[in-house]
Design a protein around this ligand. Structure first.
Ligand code: FAD
Ligand code: DLZ
Ligand code: SF4
Length: 506
């Protein structure tokens, strides 16, 4: 059977308003969606992530069919499945002989390259207008700037969208209320859990498939409670707004033992896969502020994450690829410790963050940045290995968003393109923002010796080790002056303690 256009929809393009769907016509065009081994294994994704994507893909295909679209849906275990996106495109072209293949731009550079190199039919790549900032707009903004700081980019996005704007002025009189958002939470506060969805028949079939075919991948497959349709994701947004948004700002940086979600939205997997529209999410949150139901620091803090950070890291990604994935400004070469896969460590902060990552395919931002990320940078772990870990273990991870967050923000491996200074911290930061240290076998107040919190000596060792590269950073001047004022014996002892710990890492 022939068709005019074949529209390929990828696993993170599950949006009814997708550019390629808006450009197509169900009466003349045909859709292709394919579950393929290559995409599930180019890093060994968390089982829950694969199950989420496959189930959401299958549900989306059903919705498209119900809306009158002819859909070729290729299941992973079909005998003829070539197990690659381009292989499935070629097979579909042979079946339907389309005049053209249409695709909304893939989120990842790797996938875009792969599709551009494929030549079995003429290919049109449409801009992904689910993002607010086009590649051209980002390039214009970046052109001629020495530093590409998120804060200034974010203000442009506020002006562009009108979100939290009173005329040309920011609502509440300030662009950024981050200073109000650093309260540590305590375990006795009520912390809501994200909305949970009972698996239906489609999801149950996917869970059986993933359990069978991806048994050696990281992470727990069940219990599986993710939303897998736009409607379910909307319900998750509703419950975040009702139960957690008001406290989101205050406790944005807090970490609490046994509370993987604190007051975070846990919406990133849904937004990134296309089940929720980022701008619509922000408009809902703004409406809560305008109605007087949440404070400005909560609404602004949340909206900044999406129209600021999310758009900004995507801009950085396309601005710097290819090449960004290989950045290693600090020359870090140590192998990723095994406990990143097992969670088996006496350091409570790492055990908590990695343990919940295994269970939920989720950790919130401060755990990713200041626990697993901070440790990897202080210990000098090869940033490429760190990148591959983050890309594999989180349900929301696609390279366009994960790579700048990891290589730039958390590892400072881009030499400061994204962050103005390394997010490096000793144990004191975790002690201030969490209750982890209270139940840790290490003593956060000690800097050296077998019982000292490893982050303390590692922090100073990191600064000393990377002095040549970092000494010119004006924001690190006071820290190096403190180091220089320490007596020689104390400095030596600190570095020896760090070396002993690193030697034990294996
Ligand atoms: P909330 O805290 O509720 O924030 C609301 C929304 O803002 C999120 O859903 C997300 O869409 C957006 N957001 C918040 N921070 C960021 C950010 N820094 N960059 C982009 N969007 C942001 N986010 C991903 O979506 N995918 C990733 O692969 C990813 N990898 C990361 C790796 C590292 C090392 C670090 C430090 C951060 C990473 N982030 C990533 C950013 C952030 O940690 C997650 O977006 C957030 O934890 C998702 O949880 P949430 O939905 O509860 O977010
Ligand atoms: C992450 C992922 C996985 C696990 N599986 C598929 C798949 O089978 N089919 C598909 O179309 N996409 C999948 N994806 C998403 C892609 O690997 C890729 O990350 C995004 O489409 C971004 O370009
Ligand atoms: Fe982490 Fe150190 Fe605190 Fe233990 S004492 S939880 S290792 S910061």
């Amino acid at each position: 059977m022939t068709c005019r256009n074949l529209i390929l929809i990828l696993g993170d393009q599950l949006s009814a308003n997708l550019a390629s769907l808006k450009a197509g016509d169900p009466a003349r065009d045909r859709i292709l969606m394919a579950e393929v081994w290559d995409e599930a294994t180019y890093v060994k994704h968390h089982k829950k992530k694969i199950a989420f994507i496959f189930s959401a893909m299958r549900h989306f295909a059903e919705e498209l069919k119900a809306g009158g679209w002819p859909v070729d849906y290729v299941h992973l275990d079909e005998a003829a499945n070539s197990q690659s996106l381009t292989g499935e495109l070629s097979r579909a072209v042979a079946r339907h002989h389309p005049e053209r293949v249409i695709i909304t731009e893939p989120g990842e550079w790797r996938v875009r390259q792969m599709l551009e190199a494929w030549a079995d039919a003429p290919l049109d790549i449409l801009e992904d207008d689910r993002f607010l900032c086009t590649h051209a707009e980002f390039s214009d903004w970046a052109a001629g700037r020495k530093q590409l700081r998120m804060e200034y980019f974010y203000r442009e996005m506020r002006r562009k969208t009108g979100l939290l704007m009173d005329g040309d002025q920011p609502a509440g009189g300030k662009w950024n209320f981050d200073a109000d958002n650093r309260k540590p939470a305590s375990a006795d506060l009520f912390m809501p859990r994200p909305a949970q969805v009972q698996p239906d028949q489609i999801t149950e079939a996917v869970l059986a498939l993933v359990g069978d075919r991806f048994a050696d991948h990281f992470g727990d497959l069940e219990p599986f409670w993710f939303a897998v349709t736009a409607r379910q994701a909307e319900a998750a947004l509703d419950s975040f707004i009702a139960d957690a948004l008001a406290s989101f700002g205050d406790f944005q940086d807090a970490m609490v033992r046994g509370e993987p979600f604190v007051y975070h939205s846990v919406l990133s997997a849904y937004i990134n896969a296309g089940l929720l529209d980022p701008l619509a999410v922000c408009r809902r949150v703004e409406a809560e502020y305008r109605a007087g139901r949440v404070a400005i620091n909560a609404a602004e803090g949340f909206i900044r994450q999406i129209i600021g950070w999310r758009e900004y890291v995507r801009g950085i990604y396309w601005h710097t690829m290819p090449g960004y994935e290989l950045k290693n400004a600090l020359g870090a070469t140590r192998a990723l410790p095994r406990f990143y896969w097992t969670g088996d460590t006496d350091m409570t902060c790492l055990a908590e963050a990695i343990g919940q990552t295994r269970r939920e395919a989720y950790a919130h931002h401060i755990q990713r940045l200041m626990v697993t990320g901070n440790f990897a940078m202080l210990a000098g772990i090869d940033p490429h290995q760190v990148h591959e870990w983050y890309l594999a273990v989180y349900a929301d991870a696609y390279e366009w968003v994960e790579l700048p967050n990891t290589v730039g923000m958390s590892q400072f491996a881009d030499g400061g393109l994204l962050a103005s200074k390394p997010y490096a911290a000793g144990g004191n930061y975790t002690n201030k923002m969490s209750d982890y240290c209270r139940s840790c076998r290490y003593d956060v107040k000690q800097r050296t010796g077998p019982d000292a919190c490893p982050f303390n000596a590692l922090y100073w060792d990191f600064l000393a080790r990377n002095r040549e590269t970092l000494k010119g950073n004006p924001r690190l001047g006071p820290v190096y002056r403190t180091w220089d004022r320490m007596d020689e014996a104390k400095r030596r002892e600190t570095r020896e303690s760090a070396a002993a710990f690193l030697a034990g890492l294996g």
